[in-house]
Design a protein around this ligand. Structure first.
Ligand code: SF4
Length: 97
């Protein structure tokens, strides 16, 4: 009997509250261990960045960023509905925080 396999892939329209920089991440999985809602899963490939499997579960509490030993390897961004649009008085340029 042929063995069945499956892949888990994020949806195209998924919003990713956490962004991992593949070049800076060491794959230590500390972010995976501290996440209280299991947004991540350890990558089966040793040393590779964790997989963000459940981005919609993120509480945005930031423990993953705090636990990361590599500055800039992981950062989180606010949900689109929680972003604030700002405008620079000098230039009129819009930006979000
Ligand atoms: S804690 Fe930082 S370096 Fe470690 S796996 Fe997570 S993002 Fe990568």
């Amino acid at each position: 009997m042929k063995k069945k396999t499956a892949e888990v892939l994020p949806g195209d329209k998924a919003f990713f509250p956490v962004i991992i920089d593949d070049k800076k991440c060491s794959g230590c999985n500390r972010c995976v261990e501290v996440c209280p809602v299991d947004v991540f899963a350890a990558n089966p490939k040793k040393g590779a960045p964790p997989l963000v499997l459940f981005p919609g579960e993120c509480w945005q509490e930031g423990s993953c960023v705090d636990a990361c030993p590599r500055r800039g390897a992981i950062r989180w961004q606010r949900l689109p509905t929680q972003r604030v649009r700002c405008r620079r008085k000098e230039t009129g340029e819009d930006f979000f925080v």
